[in-house]
Write a protein that binds this ligand. Structure first.
Ligand code: NDP
Ligand code: 2IT
Length: 444
């Protein structure tokens, strides 16, 4: 059995019941097979792949908190410090009832290669809790966040591990967590990113993932001689990534006709009304059923279906495994040209293969959504020098990074004979820097 297959087998056997983690490891290791085979003797000797797939450290802790009626609840908190070869652990905190070690490990593993692709000095990590923020009052959110940070603060720091937002964690949660960290540790340092602008946050971090997704999509299309202007776009999700993906797509002259949340989806043939969407989601924290009150011509559908609309470009921006084989078939049938992942691993393996086999340009999340963490790294730089850069400065750096990522993964794919396969290109390009650093630092 080849070294890659041996390690995949071991990961599946040793991590039972964690299908998302298996999926992420399989995709990466199979993509880098050509590099591993060229160095098989040395990699085996140094157990390079075993060290890559086993997190440096994983922490699970109890999070007790009190609701508004005085009832005590206990959730689980997680932090996986995956790989620090190229910098301090960096990655978001997900608050969602589905969170378990398998989910956090899949996200942390992806984060290693994504962070490497940014070209900035950040290692890979991820954290979260099975706490469900939906329907909770501000005070309950604060109670949870303070308890979560009371334990997490023992393991993080500006030079060791720097968490940020992800599903269920936005500016409000980061604020409460930051306040508690500062109170316990007594230091004002850049220990979290995605902070508010008045206490060390970076301009453009809120927009960064969505904007970055459009910058790299635009660059990829340009490389094929295609303009994004006038194209029709389907977006899934209605959170941080989706909203700012829609905003930048509209600024670039595209028409976005869908968005979704976990209950249903909206089709607005005239183009999504972004001000209405922001008010529903960012101000009222309400459901998408409200969208019709603002736009009587739009349709609201319960359940799945966002990929059934005829569009040129699909941007999945909600969650993992949300774009299935049947969705890929519908997109191909409807003449789509590109699928670019704003979320982490939103496209199933079978759907990804079907899309690429049918000539769809496919940008994987670890390249396409890297703008968020890249801008987090820029926030860390600003915190270190105790300065704040202008929106234009951060945004132009973000754009440069996304354009750079596209050419880096495009070149890596070509170099190894997989021209146009950006999954292979992203995994190899991300891996090469990490492996180089791991080799230089010895068996640790
Ligand atoms: P938000 O919490 O702001 O929004 C998530 C959106 O996705 C909501 O509309 C939510 O609907 C929907 N959603 C979440 N879980 C599910 C589910 N199981 N089924 C259907 N819909 C779901 O999160 P973000 O926008 O920050 O994150 C979205 C994706 O982007 C995630 O995969 C995240 O890991 C990834 N990402 C985020 C970055 C960031 O900077 N925030 C950076 C890079 C990637 P509902 O409200 O009903 O739950
Ligand atoms: O998946 C991701 O890259 C994020 N949730 C952002 C992580 C970060 O540290 O900004």
């Amino acid at each position: 059995m080849s070294y890659v297959d041996e390690v995949i087998k071991e990961v599946v056997e040793r991590n039972p019941g964690e299908p998302e983690f298996h999926q992420a490891v399989k995709e990466v290791l199979e993509s880098i097979r050509v590099v591993v085979e060229a160095n098989e003797e040395q990699f085996r000797r140094d157990a390079l792949l075993e060290r890559l797939v086993n997190p440096e450290r994983q922490i699970k802790f109890r999070v007790p908190w009190i609701d508004d009626n005085g009832n005590v609840h206990v959730n689980s908190g997680y932090r996986v410090q995956y790989n620090s070869a190229i910098g301090p652990y960096k990655g978001g905190i997900r608050l969602h009832p589905s969170v378990n070690f398998g989910i956090i490990k899949f996200l942390g593993f992806e984060q290693i290669f994504k962070n490497s692709l940014t070209g900035l000095p950040i290692g890979g990590g991820k954290g979260g809790s099975d706490f469900d923020p939906k329907g909770k009052s501000d005070r309950e959110i604060m109670s949870f966040c303070q308890s979560f940070m009371t334990e997490l603060c023992k393991y993080i720091g500006a030079d060791t591990d720097v968490p940020a937002g992800d599903i269920g964690t936005g500016a409000r949660e980061i604020g409460y967590m930051y306040g508690q960290y500062k109170r316990i540790k007594g230091v004002f340092e850049g220990v979290l990113t995605g902070k508010g602008l008045s206490y060390g946050g970076s301009l453009a971090r809120t927009q960064a993932t969505g904007y970055g997704l459009l910058y790299i999509t635009d660059e990829m299309l340009k490389s094929k001689g295609i303009s994004i202007e006038g194209k029709t776009v389907a977006v899934s999700g209605a959170g941080n990534v989706a909203i700012y993906a829609i905003e930048k797509a509209q600024q670039l002259g595209a028409k976005v006709v869908t968005c979704s949340d976990s209950n249903g989806w909206v089709y607005d043939p005239d183009g999504i009304d972004l001000a209405a969407l922001k008010e529903i989601k960012e101000v009222k924290r309400a459901r998408l059923t409200e969208y019709k009150n603002y736009r009587p011509n739009s349709e609201y559908h319960e359940g799945r279906g966002v990929w059934s609309i005829k569009v040129d470009i699909a941007l999945p921006c909600a969650t993992q495994n949300e774009l299935h084989l049947e969705d890929a078939k519908a997109l191909v049938k409807n003449g789509a040209i590109a699928v670019c992942e704003g979320a982490n691993m939103p496209t199933t393996r079978e759907a990804t293969e079907y899309l690429m086999e049918n000539g769809i340009f496919f940008l994987p999340g670890k390249a396409a959504n890297a703008g968020g963490v890249a801008t987090s790294a820029l926030e860390m730089s600003q915190n270190s020098e105790r300065l704040s850069w202008s929106f234009e400065e951060v945004d132009s750096k973000l754009k440069g990074i996304m354009v750079g990522i596209f050419h880096n993964i495009d070149n890596a794919a070509r170099k190894y004979g997989f021209e146009g396969n950006y999954v292979v290109g992203a995994n190899i390009a991300g891996f090469e820097k990490v492996v180089n650093a791991m080799n230089a630092q010895g068996i640790v």
